[in-house]
Design a protein around this ligand. Structure first.
Ligand code: SAH
Length: 352
């Protein structure tokens, strides 16, 4: 079976021609998939019935199937999708007053091994295809009466380790779905070759770096991948990215109580960014509780405020990520983990 979700209009036109149809039939299919969220060929009512039947014999639209869905009181919706092969990824729908954003996964699991992250607990399984990445957004769009305008690649996985599929998905979201590239944010753990390659793509997306610590000892303790690329090397790549693209990056900084949230660490962070002449916002993310053996805790309100104050004193624009949907485990990998654990419990209960 060929999955059509993930193909461009051009590729769909070629497919139509190969099946003895005029090219414009392929463009019609693209409109159905990417703009009208058709989940079956049957729904594509302006295609000849015989062609729809023929398509159904050899291809699928490739829509994701939903395994679980949770809605929080703030209207954040967390989705868990089933993939072929029994794997699962999650996505989050985040409606705000002035825009609707979604958080997408780029891999099943992740190899970065960050000690604070739920996704890391399960290790890495595989890359998502471009269609599987875009499919998460299209499914959420099909369930919403508001237009999804923004997407962040901050779900499961490291986007720059799935480089080709992520680039293809960004192009599909722009060219086929009609989203503005400026509204798409790719978040990276700091994969230096990926940052440098992305600088050459000429895509005006937003790049976010998960920095999380101002010195290499602490960073490589929290993020084992940090041993591979030192902060200096990562920030040099970021400076090159900013120079080539003319776009500022966003620096994400996860605050963990008593670990990386002191005023001195804030000063050190500001100094490091200044030393590389990096503009750009620092986005503070209070640690979302994950049930791991690490014993990490959320930072105190006052230390978050103090941290922010120090950054602002140093001339750094700072935002603070609102914690949304925490009651529904709306952080990286948490839903999949919660469900997986309860599946295990149910299975065990079944066996006993
Ligand atoms: N691999 C990419 C994108 C996925 S994670 C990256 O590292 O940027 C998206 C963001 O969520 C990252 O900044 C990550 O560090 C953060 N994150 C992971 N676990 C978290 C937790 N328990 N609480 C808050 N943020 C978390």
């Amino acid at each position: 079976m060929q999955h059509l979700l993930g193909l461009t209009t051009n590729e769909l036109q070629n497919l139509a021609k190969e099946m003895g149809q005029p090219a414009y039939r392929g463009a019609q299919i693209a409109t159905w998939i990417y703009q009208r969220q058709a989940q079956s060929f049957e729904a594509m009512t302006d295609l000849p019935k015989a062609f729809r039947e023929k398509l159904a014999e050899s291809a699928t639209v490739g829509y994701p199937t939903i395994a679980h869905k949770d809605m929080a009181t703030d209207e954040t919706v967390k989705y868990l999708f089933d993939l072929p092969g029994g794997q699962r990824v999650e996505s989050v729908y985040l409606p705000y007053a002035e825009r609707v954003s979604v958080c997408l996964s780029s891999q099943v699991g992740c190899a970065a091994g960050c000690r604070f992250c739920a996704t890391a607990q399960g290790g890495f399984a595989r890359n998502l295809t471009a269609g599987e990445i875009v499919g998460q957004l299209l499914f959420m769009q099909s369930e919403s009466n508001r237009r999804i305008s923004h997407a962040v690649y901050m779900g499961m996985g490291e986007p720059l380790w799935n480089y080709a599929n992520v680039i293809k998905s960004l192009n599909l979201l722009h060219n086929e779905v009609g989203m503005s590239l400026r509204n798409l944010t790719v978040s990276t753990v700091g994969v230096v070759p990926g940052i440098l390659a992305l600088a050459e793509e000429n895509l005006p997306i937003t790049l976010a770096l998960s920095l999380h610590a101002p010195d290499d000892d602490l960073r490589s303790d929290l993020i084992p991948t940090g041993r591979k690329w030192k902060i200096d090397e990562i920030l040099t790549a970021c400076a090159e990215y900013a120079a080539k693209t003319g776009r500022d990056l966003t620096f994400e900084y996860l605050l963990i109580g008593g670990v990386n949230d002191s005023p001195e660490q804030a000063q050190q962070l500001a100094a490091r960014l200044r030393a590389k002449r990096l503009q750009g916002n620092v986005n503070l993310i209070p640690f979302n509780y994950v049930d791991t053996k690490e014993g990490f805790r959320r930072p105190e309100r006052e230390s978050v405020a103090r941290f922010r104050e120090e950054l602002e004193k140093a001339g750094r624009t700072t935002t603070q990520r609102m914690t949304r949907g925490s009651a529904i485990s709306a952080a990286c990998g948490q839903l999949r983990r919660t469900i997986a654990l309860s599946d295990v419990r149910q299975n065990t209960a079944g066996k006993v």
